[in-house]
Design a protein around this ligand. Structure first.
Ligand SMILES: Cc1ncc(COP(=O)(O)O)c(C=O)c1O
Length: 391
């Protein structure tokens, strides 16, 4: 086991590296929008990639056994979930896995349910694949998002609803669903013949007092009615390496998923993505642990800062993820004005809440996967700009 201490305060120049996050805005804006961190990934990942790059031959690659074993190890170690390595399928990214699942498990015109506000591709991939989107919107009750189970049941009952895309932990509202909530979802979906695709990409970054429960561990029946999407990329900051895993315990679902991959010829892997993925899940527990510690401190600092100095913006208390959901409705601005205000007055590039659905109106998402010093600077800028409004 590694005893490396990762330095999350290391200053790394990201401009000029084709970073989507750092290229969008001019240099005087702090980019806190798209969901990658500013951190260097774990040293064992850097080492394995540098070593392989030096080899100089980059032919077609296959590493299914080691890849599947690394998923098995991580899930057992981190979540005490025993999986069979045969359950693991590959996807170039989680969103590609969601698309494969939609194509494999539903037909044109079928309804697919999502819980809005939610990670924006959930909204788009359904219509883009000729399916119909159904929304079970989350309810904001006393500063915490909750599931509207009555509405959920009504929509799952519709015989045309075939699939539910679950986001747990949830981006952008930061919920880690409890066992009770997940059981209710699982039971309702079983009862109404709706398959659950559980996107658990944020499951490594969960804060004290909360525990991530992999959806298939709820019961044997539920395990046979769902699939799980994983990618170490959020934790280890490797999304540019395009390699994800889809865990499918049920053989029929797995076969249908696999046939879709083959039909789309979407099974080609990358050397670097595969190596990074395996190294993350086999050797880099220390990094995930230290990252959560570092981010928890960022969360504590920013929650406290908003409460004391910018009380007109309410931060939804995150149970997971480095994506903070800011309720800016008290600023009394139209959405476009809010976005422009943050960009042009505060010089902080946040994600527009309405990207995650109309339910995000009045909200902004702030990515705090950055150095503490950068976070502090961003908060000072927002405070100054808000104070100048003389509310
Ligand atoms: C819930 C969720 N799923 C998937 C992704 C993207 O994953 P990938 O790059 O593997 O498609 C993100 C990125 O923000 C996300 O928040």
């Amino acid at each position: 086991m590694n005893n490396i201490k990762h330095n999350f305060d290391e200053v790394i120049e990201l401009r000029g590296t084709d970073s989507k996050k750092h290229n969008l805005y001019p240099p005087d804006v702090i980019p806190m929008w798209i969901a990658d961190t500013d951190f260097k990934c774990a040293q064992p990942i850097v080492d394995v990639l540098v070593d392989r790059a030096a080899h100089g031959v980059y032919g077609y690659t296959t590493s299914a056994d080691n890849f599947n074993l690394s998923v098995q190890r991580w899930l057992k170690k981190r979540f005490d979930w025993d999986i069979d390595t045969a359950w693991v399928e590959y996807a170039p990214a989680v969103v590609a896995g969601l698309v494969n699942a939609i194509q494999a498990f539903t037909r044109q015109g079928d309804k697919v349910l999502i819980q809005s506000p939610v990670y924006h591709p959930f909204h788009h991939i359904i219509a883009n694949n000729g399916r119909t989107k159904v929304q079970n919107n989350l309810l904001l009750n006393s500063g915490r998002y909750e599931i509207d189970f009555e509405d959920l049941e009504r929509k799952l009952k519709d015989p045309q609803t075939k699939l539910m895309l679950l986001c747990n932990p949830h981006n952008p509202v930061g919920r880690v669903y409890t066992r009770e909530e997940l059981m209710r979802i699982g039971e309702l979906c079983l009862q109404h013949g709706v398959i659950v695709v559980s996107d658990e990409i944020h499951s490594d970054i969960v804060y004290e007092g909360h525990r991530h429960i992999p959806f298939p561990t709820l019961s044997e029946e539920i395990r046979n009615n769902c699939i799980v999407c994983l990618n170490p990329s959020k934790t280890f900051n490797t999304p540019g390496l395009r390699t994800a895993a889809i865990v499918i315990p049920n053989e029929d679902l797995r076969q249908a998923y696999h046939e879709t991959i083959i039909a789309n010829k979407a099974d080609g892997r990358t050397i670097f993505g595969t190596l990074a993925f395996e190294t993350a899940y086999n050797e880099c527990d220390y990094y995930a642990d230290q990252l959560v510690e570092y981010l928890a401190e960022n969360v504590r600092f920013m929650m406290d800062y908003f409460e004391r100095n910018i009380p007109n913006i309410k931060v939804i208390k995150p149970e997971a993820t480095y994506l903070m959901w800011l309720d800016c409705r008290q600023l009394g601005m139209e959405q476009k004005e809010l976005r422009t205000f943050m960009l042009e007055r505060a010089k902080v590039g946040l994600h527009d809440g309405t990207i995650f659905g109309a339910e995000g109106t009045g909200f902004l998402r702030m990515n705090i996967g950055c150095r503490k010093a950068v976070l502090k600077e961003a908060l000072v800028r927002i405070e100054r700009a808000v104070n100048a409004l003389n509310l």
